[in-house]
Ligand binder design. Sequence first.
Ligand SMILES: *Cc1c(COP(=O)(O)O)cnc(C)c1O
Length: 402
Amino acid sequence: MLPFSPPRVDQKTVDEVTSVLLSGWITTGPRTKEFERKITAYIGCRKTLCLNSATAGMELMLRWFGVKEGDEVIVPAYTYCATANIVVHCGAKPVMVDIDAKDFNISVQEIRKHITSKTKVIIPVDISGWPADYAEINNLVNEPEIKKMFQPGSAEQQQLGRILVMSDAAHSIGAQYQGKRHGSTTDVSVFSFHAVKNLTTAEGGAVCLNLPAGFDCDAIYANLNMKSLHGQSKDALAKTQVGAWRYDVLEPGYKCNMMDIQAAIGLVELERYEENLERRRAIFEFYTNAFKNKSWALLPAYKNDQKESSYHLYLLRIKGANEQQRDQIIQGIFDRQVSVNVHFQPLPLLTVYKSRGYKMEDYPQAWSKYENEISLPVYFDLTDENLKTVTDAVIAAVESVI
Ligand SMILES: *Cc1c(COP(=O)(O)O)cnc(C)c1O
C-alpha cells in the first residue's frame, strides 16, 4: 500500500537528533532558539516562537489578545477542528462562515456579513497551502466603519484598535503571497510541524509575529514564552545558570514548549525545505497533467499572479459526484493499493459543533467542496513511478463509479 504522508526521515535526521540526545540538554534550549531565528529569517516576519503544536500557538495568541467569554471569533466552516476548538477553550464563540466559490478558503464577503461589535479575531485558514485573501482581509479590518464597531476589552485590543487577523497557516509554510513568503503578510501566522505537515518536528508549531509597528514583538515573545511554561519568570535553561535557581510564577500558564529534540528535526527539515517544495510542485504538476483532460476532474488552484501554494495537499474534486460516490471512489483507490484522504469534514458535520447548533445547510460552498473531494498523496519521497500508480488508480476508480 502506498502511504498517504510518511515523514521524510533519513540518516541526517537521525544524526542531528542523536547529537541533541547526547548533548546534555534535550528540552527547550539552544536548538529551539536557533530554529526560531532561522524561521524568522526564512519567513521574513518580526519574531518567531516555537511550541509543541500550532494549536497551542493559536490558543496562546488568543489568550495574549484577551479573548474571553462574550467575544466572537470568525472562522471558516471548512477547516480542521483546532481552528474552532481554541476559541471554545477561551470561552468565546466561534462564528463559522462559508468558504469562497473559487477555492477552499474563507469568503471575505461572508466575513464582512458576520462582523459584529463582539468580533475580536478573524482566523483565515490556508487550506492545502493556498493562502487566503490576506490583502482583502487586512483592508477589511482597517475600514473606518469596521474599526468604529470594534470594542476593545484588553490593553492589547486597545493598542491594536481593530480586529486581529491570525492566520491558521498549519498547511502553508513556504507559500508565497504577493511576492513575499506567507507569515509576513498579516498580524500573526501560526505554522504546524505535525508529522503529516510539509515541514515536521513530529509535533510542533511556530507563532510568527508580524504585528504593526508600535507593538514590541520581543516583549510579546517573552510574554508568550512565559505563558507556554506555567507562567514561570525563567525557563528551565535560564534556571541552570549559576545562582539563578530562584524564579516566580506570574500567572497560571500552560505547558506547551518545544524541545530541542524536536527542533533538531526541524532544523534539518528547514535546511532542505526549498528542495522539498520543488518536489511537491512537480508532484502537483504531474497530477494536473494526468487529469486535466478528464471531464470529471475539478483541479485545485496552486499558482496565480498573486499567490503560490506550499503544495501541502492536492485536493482533487470529482465533478458531479455525491458523497456516497466519492466514498466508493476512495474505496476503489484503496483497493488499488493507494492511500488517499479527505480534507476536511466541515465542522458542522462533527458532533461537537452539530450539538452546539451549527447546521451544515448554512454552508453550501463548504458542503459542495467536501462531498466530492479526494486528497492525493504528496511527499518528497514519491517517485514518478509512484505518481503513475496513483493517477492510474484514481482514473480507474473514478471511471468505474461515474
Ligand atoms: C494540523 C492542523 C492544525 C493543528 O496543528 P497542530 O500542530 O497539530 O496543533 C490546525 N489547523 C489546521 C487547518 C490543520 O490542518
